[in-house]
Design a protein. Structure first.
Length: 680
């Protein structure tokens, strides 16, 4: 039989002391038993049975220690030889003294040695109560039933109960007959297990510590005795990584807790207590956020978190509210990672595959943990393709980090078109590339070079696309998103505009808030519906419409993402909005040359066509926008498919005629020329 581990050797040594005390209590009870001839003795453990149980040797603990002093000498030897002991670490981390430990061990004994179930039933004078009661535990540790200090150790405010190391059950019973129980996770920890409580697993995050100068400052605060800190983060998840790095500065591990899901737990208080207990077990600090989610839904759980015995760093997007806790935390702001820091994080995770990044990270707002998950998802995508890691795989990984919250308010589009698919004038193409350049280098220009100072202005980029319907505004936004490796979210105005006062602003605020946490392009089509001109106030409707516009003016300035507004009526956009826009791009109707290119692309393979297609005639005669040309080409394809033949000139002019009808235009012979006879 192999010798016990150091943890077990020391634990058994301390339990042996408790066993001797239980033995003494049994002997005292036998000597003082007032009814040895009780005819109902069979309903409980008899004296003879108790004697026999005590005579039965326990499983060999590997030690023969019977005093606290001897047990502590053993502990000193084990720690001196480089073996940290779970029981001693628990006492130091949780601030427990010998009386606290003895109460835990007296309660724990039946869970480790089944003999003591029956002995405790004997001492409780109730064979059905096989756990230590409060009165029995006090007797085992040598405390009087009216010892105020000892009783306080077992009260809800006592360290043992408050930290989840001991449960007091049967609260409706008199104090001395309430049952005590050591949670299974505490028992497992004392036996050497390092697995966290299973109920906590769904709420744990990988903190991914990332050292920045702020982490060193927080570390000095922790060294000075600070127990509660608050980090306001602009990029969700960044505060968690910085907080974990701060704990590393003082030699502590970090347990990261996702508070957004905690309010849905049936007992948030108990879950927080479990998390704090795991931090004690691990000699770690607790990093938890977003704090505002817990403050709104479970304020009692938040107060428990702010008074935990272990150091706590709370993170969130909101400023600290003094009403959240009586404790006043040290509150600091975590700035977004600058381009150099982002590149360093990507390099750490990509290693030899760094070339696949290809400038992708310069404009992405991802926390270190998100970068790790994005790279993992990219490697999986590359493995599925059977190729080496490439930029397209990283784009897939980045897009996988976008939360689904924004999809409830906007339609998510995975961009599939690039610059080569866009047919616009050279001036428009240059202006669009300038927008992508702004997005890539905004942190360098606006943050490092400080070209946008004060006023609470964000580092977002906002562009306005103006032009008639079908001139390519939506496609241009998709091309920009594709070039930047981002998703495109098209805002559904039906879910935004509300007839009730103030509701439109609330809906827009939800969109902007959700968009701040994703790497995406936010696209407002028909933007004049919500970004219209303010007017003179003639009635209450005008007043509230102007308030809505004023809110949007302020919100655009503080937005940190990339937003594209599209409108067919640029003249209806308020001038105050145009001043806040980074780019205004007008999309003119396509020229004959561009129309020829559009027809050619829309009727390209694998679409089967006949040799008689006169695309030069179509480009010259039919003044249609790109969207109309695409629609006519699709209609021609349906006509040809129904007839079972390739697309011919007759299908094309018939499709144009249908498009004219949709647009309310007349079919004139001077436009259709010799092909008028082919119109159906």
């Amino acid at each position: 039989m192999s010798p016990p581990s150091p943890d077990l050797a020391y634990l058994h040594a301390r339990l042996a002391v408790i066993e001797d005390r239980v033995r003494a209590l049994v002997q005292h009870r036998q000597a003082d038993d007032p009814a040895p001839e009780d005819p109902f003795r069979g309903l409980y453990v008899s004296d003879e049975t108790a004697v026999r149980l005590l005579a039965t040797p326990a499983a060999d603990p590997g030690v023969d220690t019977r005093t606290v002093g001897q047990a502590e000498e053993l502990g000193d030897r084990l720690e001196g030889s480089g073996h940290p002991l779970s029981l001693r670490r628990l006492a130091r981390s949780a601030g427990l003294d010998d009386l606290d430990l003895d109460l835990v061990l007296a309660t724990l004994l039946p869970d480790l040695d089944s003999r003591f179930e029956r002995l405790y039933g004997y001492l409780n004078d109730d064979v059905s109560r096989r756990r230590a009661t409060t009165g029995l535990a006090l007797a085992v540790v040598g405390a009087a039933p009216d010892d105020v200090d000892a009783r306080a150790r077992l009260s809800p405010s006592g360290g043992l109960v408050r930290q989840g190391l001991l449960h007091v059950e049967d609260g409706d019973r008199p104090f001395l007959t309430r049952a005590l129980r050591v949670p299974d996770r505490v028992t497992a920890h004392l036996l050497g297990s390092v697995e966290p409580a299973p109920e906590l697993a769904p709420y744990l995050l990988d903190p991914h510590p990332y050292p920045v100068p702020l982490a060193a400052r927080l570390g000095r605060a922790l060294t000075s005795g600070a127990r509660l800190l608050h980090l306001r983060e602009h990029t969700p998840g960044t505060g968690t990584s910085v907080g974990a790095a701060a704990f590393a500065e003082v030699g502590l591990g970090a347990i990261a807790l996702d508070l957004s899901q905690v309010p849905g737990h049936p007992a948030p208080d108990e879950l927080i207590r479990t998390a704090c207990r795991e931090a004690i077990f691990s000699d770690a600090g607790l990093v938890a956020g977003p704090v505002e989610a817990l403050a709104r839904a479970a304020p009692e759980a938040l107060r428990m978190l702010t008074t935990a015995a272990t150091p706590v760093i709370l993170t969130g997007a909101d400023t600290w509210d003094p009403q959240w806790s009586t404790q006043a935390p040290l509150s600091m702001t975590v700035s977004p990672l600058d381009p150099a820091e982002r590149a360093e994080v990507w390099a750490q995770h990509l290693g030899a595959d760094l070339a696949a990044l290809d400038g992708l990270a310069e404009h992405l707002v991802l926390a270190p943990a998100q970068v790790a998950r994005a790279v993992a998802a990219a490697r999986t995508a590359a493995a599925a393709d059977g190729t080496s890691l490439g930029r397209e795989h990283l784009q897939v990984g980045v897009q996988a980090q976008n939360a689904a919250g924004l999809e409830r308010l906007a339609r998510r589009i995975r961009p599939e078109v690039g610059w080569e698919d866009l047919v616009v004038t050279p001036a428009v193409g240059t202006a669009l590339r300038d927008v992508t350049a702004r997005a890539r280098h905004r942190h360098t220009v606006l943050t490092a070079w400080r070209m946008r100072r004060g006023g609470g202005r964000g580092v977002g980029i906002t562009a306005l696309f103006g032009g008639e319907s079908g001139t390519g505004k939506t496609m241009a936004a998709e091309v920009i998103a594709h070039d930047l490796g981002l998703d495109l979210y098209t805002v559904n105005l039906a879910t935004v505009v509300d007839k009730y006062i103030g509701e439109t602003e609330k809906n827009l605020e939800r969109i902007f808030t959700e968009a701040a946490g994703v790497s995406a392009v936010l696209f407002f089509d028909e933007a004049d519906a919500v970004f219209g001109k303010r007017s003179s106030v003639k009635d209450a409707h005008d007043r509230y419409a102007n308030i809505e516009s004023a809110y949007l003016l302020q919100r655009l300035e503080s937005f940190d993402g990339l937003a594209v507004l599209a409108t067919n009526l640029r003249a209806n956009i308020d001038e105050a909005f145009t001043r806040r826009l980074d780019a205004i791009i007008d999309f003119p109707a396509p020229t004959e040359e561009l129309r020829r290119e559009l027809w050619s692309r829309c009727l390209a393979p694998p679409l089967p066509v006949t040799d008689d297609l006169d695309l030069d005639f179509c480009a010259r005669s039919f003044e249609l926008a790109g969207g109309d040309i695409r629609s006519a080409s699709t209609t021609a394809a349906y006509l040809a498919a129904a007839a079972g033949r390739p697309v011919g000139m007759g299908d094309l002019v018939s499709a144009v005629q249908q498009e004219y009808r949709k647009l309310g235009r007349l079919v004139l012979e001077r436009e259709f020329g010799d092909y008028l006879g082919l119109v159906r």
